[in-house]
Design a protein around this ligand. Structure first.
Ligand code: ADP
Ligand code: MG
Length: 447
C-alpha cells in the first residue's frame, strides 16, 4: 500500500471525507489541501494557511486519521498539517478560493501607536485579547464610543495582527457591507457574497449601526454572523452607541451583539490627551516643547481627531512663520482657528436642525417630514429640545421649523428628553455631540 504516493492516498482520503463532512465544511477546510509525504506512519498534509492548519488540527484530526488508517490498512497514522507558503499569495485558482487577505488596513492604526489611558483601557485590552486569541474569549467584541475616539484604529490594529498570522480577514465598514450586499442582490450573486463572508477567518465591521433599518442587509448580516460565530471565528464590530440603543429591525441582532463583550471608549482626559500629543508629535518627527503640548492638551477636546488637528495646526503655523513653537504661538494658531468658526451662526435654528440631522445620519427634511420610525422620532425630539435650549425660538416657531407641528408636541418632546437624559447615556452623548457641532469651543472663553 505504501508504494502509493502520498498524494494518491490523500486524494482517496479526500473522496471519503467529502462524503463524511458537510459541503461547505469540505470546501472551506479540505478542498485546497495536498498530500505531501507519508513515511513511518507519519502523514504530512499541506494546507493553505495557519488558520486552516489550526482548524483541522483541532476539529478534524481524528476523522482524518481514521480515514487514512482505513485506506492504508496500517495500524496507526499520525497526521501533521503543514502550511504551504505558495498558497499565501495565490488567488482565484480554486473554485472557491479563500477570501484574500486583501483587506487594506491603515498602516498607522497599530496597537503600538495607540495611546492607552483610562478612557480606552478596557477597549484596548479587549481588542488585544481577540487579536491574540481570535474566536476564543469574547465573540463578538463590540466597541462603541463617540466620533474620533479610536474605534477604527483598534479595529485595524486587530486586522493587522490577524493578517500577520495569516488569518483571512475581511474588514469593511457597515456601509460597504451594505453596498456590496445590495450589488450582489442586484446581480443575483448573493450566494457568492455569503460564501465569501462565511469563509473568512475573521470579520471586522466598522460602524455597524449603519445597517440598522435595512431589512435584507440586517438579515444577511445576521446569518453571516451566526455562521462565523458557530465556527468560532472572531467577529468585531464598532458603533457610535451600545447595542441596545440601535433600533435594529431584527431584535435578535441586538442580543447577538450582547452575547460577547461590549466595551466603550470615552473622550480622553487631559493626561491622555497629553500622552497622545506627545506620541503624535514624535510620530511626525516634530519637536515641540512640553509647554506647547501641555497648552494644547489643556484645551478641551471631545475627540482625538480634533486633538491631532490642533497639533498639526500648531506645527504648520510654526513652519509658516518660521518661528520657534512656543505656547504663545500655539495660542495664536489655535485662536485664529476659533475665530474662523462662524460663531454668530452657531445659534441659528437651521444650524441646530442640520447638526441634529447629521448626528443621527438623517437629513433635515427627515426631521421636518412624517417619518415615524424610532430613530427619526428621537432625532426630531432632540431637535426640538435643542432649539428650545440654544435658540430664542418660541414653541410655535419650533413647531413651524419642524414641519408645522403643534407647539404642544414641542413641549412634550422637551419634557420627554429632559426626563430621558437622566438615565440615557446614549442620548446624553448625542446631545453633547450636537452641541459641540453648533458651538465650537473658543479658547478665549477660558481666558
Ligand atoms: P473613530 O473610528 O472612533 O471615529 P478613529 O479610530 O478614526 O476614530 O480615530 C481618529 C484619529 O485619532 C485617528 O487618526 C487615530 O489614529 C487617532 N486615535 C484615536 N485614538 C487614539 C489613541 N488612543 N492613540 C493614538 N491615536 C488615536
Ligand atoms: Mg471610525
Amino acid at each position: 500500500m505504501e508504494n502509493r504516493s502520498a498524494q494518491e492516498i490523500w486524494d482517496a482520503a479526500l473522496g471519503e471525507l467529502q462524503i463524511q463532512v458537510s459541503k461547505p465544511n469540505f470546501r472551506t477546510w479540505l478542498e485546497r489541501t495536498v498530500g505531501l509525504s507519508y513515511q513511518d506512519n507519519h502523514f504530512v498534509i499541506s494546507v493553505p494557511n495557519t488558520f486552516v492548519a489550526e482548524y483541522l488540527d483541532k476539529n478534524q484530526r481524528s476523522l482524518i486519521e481514521k480515514t487514512l488508517i482505513n485506506l492504508t490498512s496500517s495500524p496507526d497514522i499520525k497526521v501533521t498539517f503543514q502550511v504551504d507558503g505558495r498558497f499565501q499569495n495565490s488567488s482565484g485558482n480554486g473554485h472557491y478560493p479563500w477570501p484574500e487577505n486583501t483587506a487594506r488596513f491603515n498602516s498607522n492604526y497599530l496597537f503600538d501607536s495607540f495611546v492607552v489611558g483610562d478612557c480606552n483601557r478596557l477597549a484596548y485590552a479587549a481588542a488585544q485579547g481577540v487579536a491574540q486569541n481570535p474566536g476564543r474569549f469574547y465573540n463578538p467584541l463590540y466597541i462603541y464610543g463617540g466620533v474620533g475616539l479610536g474605534k477604527t484604529h483598534l479595529l485595524h490594529a486587530i486586522g493587522h495582527l490577524a493578517q500577520a498570522r495569516h488569518i483571512p480577514v475581511i474588514c469593511v465598514s457597515a456601509e460597504e457591507f451594505t453596498n456590496e450586499f445590495l450589488r450582489a442582490l442586484h446581480e443575483h450573486k448573493t450566494d457568492e457574497f455569503h460564501q465569501r463572508y462565511r469563509n473568512t477567518g475573521m470579520l471586522l465591521i466598522d460602524d455597524i449601526h449603519f445597517i440598522c433599518g435595512k431589512k435584507q442587509t440586517e438579515e444577511s448580516f445576521f446569518h453571516t454572523f451566526n455562521a462565523l460565530h458557530n465556527a468560532n471565528r472572531q467577529v468585531v464590530v464598532t458603533s457610535d452607541r451600545p447595542p441596545k440603543a440601535i433600533p435594529f429591525l431584527d431584535k435578535r441582532l441586538r442580543s447577538r451583539f450582547e452575547w460577547g463583550l461590549v466595551v466603550d471608549i470615552q473622550p480622553p482626559d487631559q493626561e491622555t490627551r497629553l500622552a497622545i500629543l506627545e506620541a503624535k508629535a514624535k510620530e511626525r518627527g516634530a519637536f515641540l516643547p512640553q509647554e506647547v503640548l501641555e497648552f494644547i492638551a489643556q484645551r478641551p477636546a471631545q475627540n482625538i481627531r480634533e486633538l491631532e488637528g490642533s497639533l498639526n495646526r500648531v506645527i504648520a503655523y510654526a513652519k509658516l512663520l518660521k518661528a520657534p513653537p512656543t505656547a504663545e504661538l500655539a495660542a495664536q494658531a489655535l485662536e485664529d482657528l476659533a475665530d474662523k468658526e462662524p460663531k454668530d451662526a452657531s445659534s441659528t435654528p437651521e444650524l441646530v436642525i442640520a447638526a441634529v440631522a447629521e448626528s443621527f445620519r438623517l437629513s433635515p427634511s427627515d426631521l421636518q417630514g412624517q417619518r415615524r420610525d424610532k430613530e427619526t422620532v428621537l432625532a426630531r425630539r432632540v431637535a426640538m429640545y435643542l432649539l428650545r435650549q440654544e435658540t430664542g425660538c418660541s414653541l410655535a416657531q419650533i413647531g413651524q421649523l419642524l414641519g408645522g407641528r403643534d407647539p404642544s408636541a414641542v413641549t412634550n418632546a422637551c419634557k420627554k428628553i429632559t426626563l430621558d437624559l437622566k438615565g440615557n447615556l446614549y442620548l446624553k452623548r448625542k446631545i453633547e455631540e450636537v452641541k459641540q457641532k453648533i458651538s465650537p469651543e473658543s479658547p478665549k472663553k477660558r481666558g
